[in-house]
Design a protein around this ligand. Structure first.
Ligand SMILES: C[S@@+](CC[C@H](N)C(=O)[O-])C[C@H]1O[C@@H](n2cnc3c(N)ncnc32)[C@H](O)[C@@H]1O
Ligand SMILES: [Zn+2]
Length: 262
């Protein structure tokens, strides 16, 4: 299933490493993930602080409805191999693995900090540092790819999916975090939620889930803010205003798009 990122031959699991026929060897870290991304990619993906913020926010349970929706859509497809790409700290990966029967679950991310956290939570999942554009998996070996708020690489996903495989892409709905944007910007635009088209995939269905929530502490507000792209591109003054708030009623809205591999 997993292939060597250097020579692309199958990797065999040894006690504390994965090794290919050409003796390229990759150690499994103490926490349980393996780095299959050759080269120096220091500082790639989300850093420790971002991982901490996202863990804190996700643990509040505000996104539980979305987690459950993803579980329902995924279990329905009965995968025996699932790859969660851009899996972060495994908030979705972990519950998916718990809810799927006899399924080999992989989580890929470029962030070492995220995978250190993820792999401590569930040792049955194969957590791998790798780019979703160059997944170290054999061709046509995966039933379902889940991609939650991470980039899409249609060519890479097409290669690793079985011929009857599916991609479940999750992204923000039109109104997602509207009230947060109203604090940050004078003129607020809704998110673009047009269904993306990907070469090699046919869009099968979309489900939109909306939930009104209320953030009732400054820490929750700051943590969610740090998870968003607005954290990096908001004017300092309005970011300061948001960071000082203790209460924020908020619309959360996710689009779940299911694509069938062609
Ligand atoms: C917004 S976070 C979403 C994390 C997780 N899916 C969740 O929703 O909690 C996006 C994640 O994608 C990862 N990422 C970004 N570019 C990537 C790439 N090319 N390959 C793999 N992971 C990537 C980041 O490190 C980050 O963990
Ligand atoms: Zn090799």
């Amino acid at each position: 299933m997993m292939i060597c990122p250097i020579c692309h031959h199958v990797l065999m699991r040894e006690l504390n490493s994965y090794t290919c026929i050409h003796k390229h060897s990759f150690d499994i870290a103490k926490s349980g993930y393996v780095n299959l991304w050759p080269g120096n990619h220091k500082g790639s993906g989300d850093d420790k602080e971002m991982v901490k913020a996202r863990t804190l926010f996700l643990n509040t349970g505000h996104y539980q409805l979305f987690q459950q929706t993803l579980i329902d859509l995924t279990t329905n497809l009965k995968p025996s191999v699932l790859a969660d790409v851009g899996c972060g700290e495994g908030y979705y990966t972990n519950v998916l693995e718990n809810c799927l029967d006899a399924c080999d679950v992989y989580g890929f991310d470029v962030s070492k900090s995220a995978l250190q956290h993820a792999s401590r939570q569930n040792s049955r999942i194969h957590y791998v540092i790798a780019s979703l554009s160059d997944l170290p998996l054999s061709d046509e070996s995966v039933d379902v790819i889940t991609d939650v708020f991470a980039p899409v690489d249609a060519q890479s996903f097409h290669r690793v999916l079985k011929q009857d495989g599916f991609l479940i892409k999750v992204g923000p709905g039109r109104q997602h975090l509207l009230e947060m944007k109203q604090v940050l910007y004078d003129k607020v635009y809704e998110n673009d939620d047009a269904v993306a088209e990907y070469d090699g995939f046919a869009h099968a269905k979309r489900i939109v889930k909306t939930q009104q929530i209320e953030l009732t502490s400054n820490l929750e507000i700051r943590s969610l803010f740090q998870m968003t792209p607005y954290y990096w591109k908001s004017p300092k003054q309005s970011a300061g205003k948001l960071k000082a708030m203790d209460d924020l009623p908020l619309t959360t809205q996710f689009c779940f798009d299911i694509y069938k591999r062609k």
